[in-house]
Design a protein around this ligand. Sequence first.
Ligand code: NAP
Length: 480
Amino acid sequence: MSYTKYMREANLVGGDWIAADSGKTIDVTNPATGDVIGTVPNSGRAETERAIAAAEAAFEGLASMPLLERVGLLHKLHDALMDNQATLAELLTVEQGKPLFEAKGEIAIGAAYVRWFAEEVRRAKGEIVPAPGKNRQIMVTKHPIGVVGMITPWNFPSSMLARKVGPALAAGCTVVAKPATATPYSGLAWGALCEEVGFPSGSVNILTGSAREIGGAIMDSPVVRKLTFTGSTEVGKELIRQSADTVKKVSMELGGNAPFLVFDDADVDAAVQGAIVSKYRNAGQTCVCANRMYVQAGVYDQFVGKLKAATAAMKVGDGLEDGVEQGPMIDMESLEKVEELLGDATSKGAQVVLGGGRHPKGLTFFEPTIVTGATQDMRVSKEEIFGPLAPVFKFEDEDEAIAWANDTDFGLCSYAYTRDIGRIMKLNEKLQYGMIGINSGLITTVEAPFGGVKESGLGKEGGSQGLEDYLDTKYTAVDF
Ligand code: NAP
């Protein structure tokens, strides 16, 4: 089946698929070939204001829809995603570049989020709290927050919307979403699918175009009661500032700088396997990618040798080709940032043991790269790399490793390989991260709250917390 089935070259506003008012469009490129695969509208403030009005008009209907009816629509949405997994995954790979097996996994986890929130909303209970005196009832109830604005990045163009659209619709909130300009089609597909399964017109509105204009209209609107954003810390901070004027609730899933600790007592083969998944998934462009590998002196050489062998075996190429494990990077700017960080590391003494340059395939393909002898004065220790570069640091003792791991403004995800239960408990206490993977390099799952601390964000996605973020809590005192 062709990937074009859900490829919409228009914006969804109030149930209509529209062009930009100006008629202007933006080209969308396949990073693996450099080919333009289509265009999307270059919408701005006016189209966004109409989308917000449509979402406002649809809110009452969705919020008061019988719960089981809404839950039923969400189950249909889950099924539609899975029935079309192959075509949606192909669309994702063509616009984003990740290997097809990863894209299929992304569609599947997106569908799983939708099903999770369909289940979870049936238990969005309030409470009756004992009153301090006689003849009073204290009721605490949950209510959908209202119209929700959503802004998402290019690295998981489908599942980042799943974690927002799923709980919003489950709670009864309507949506105005802006997917990333580099990868708009996977976002627009959510509109097509929601429409197909029967969500009322205006429940989900999706716009492509100027980030400043669409984002500005969302942030300025008093109708939009919540903004949920996934993207860089820099843009997230700006949006937090902009949220002040209308006192919006904000959820922020921002950048990461994950440490990956390997202790002397680790199962080194398992650690290497975890490192490969965590480092090179999506060509190193995930917010939870291992950014820094801290390896204890006793297993350092063994770990580096095995990591080198496993990394060298990875096939680089167009994500649609069989067996490809690493696709292109999203654009030249991202590739140049990796080169800059690599240059900084080598100028301060790091040694390249594998890769180290642009891949012979050209475009934005970059070789899977490992450097050893990394140190805390290098930029890779502080900055998000967002590319297929693995810097390996050597540490001597546990406290040193923990201190280095925490020495960053970020606090999204961290990993550690060890078999010592006492150390695992200490890591749980001491690592300043919203998520910790012990003996695993892949921990995202719908049942658990995903999110960071420090400058990695506010709020959680997934778990029961992921629904709470879309609900207001109301207290009503009833005297009788
Ligand atoms: P980005 O540059 O911050 O862009 C994210 C989204 O924000 C895009 O839709 C972008 O639109 C939009 N945007 C940019 N400037 C804006 C503005 N002034 N006002 C409103 N919207 C604006 O991030 P990215 O490069 O796409 O994504 C990579 C970053 O996302 C990394 O830092 C990564 O760690 C983070 N991330 C975090 C998580 C998490 O769960 N914590 C998950 C995935 C990614 P345009 O595309 O039109 O520029």
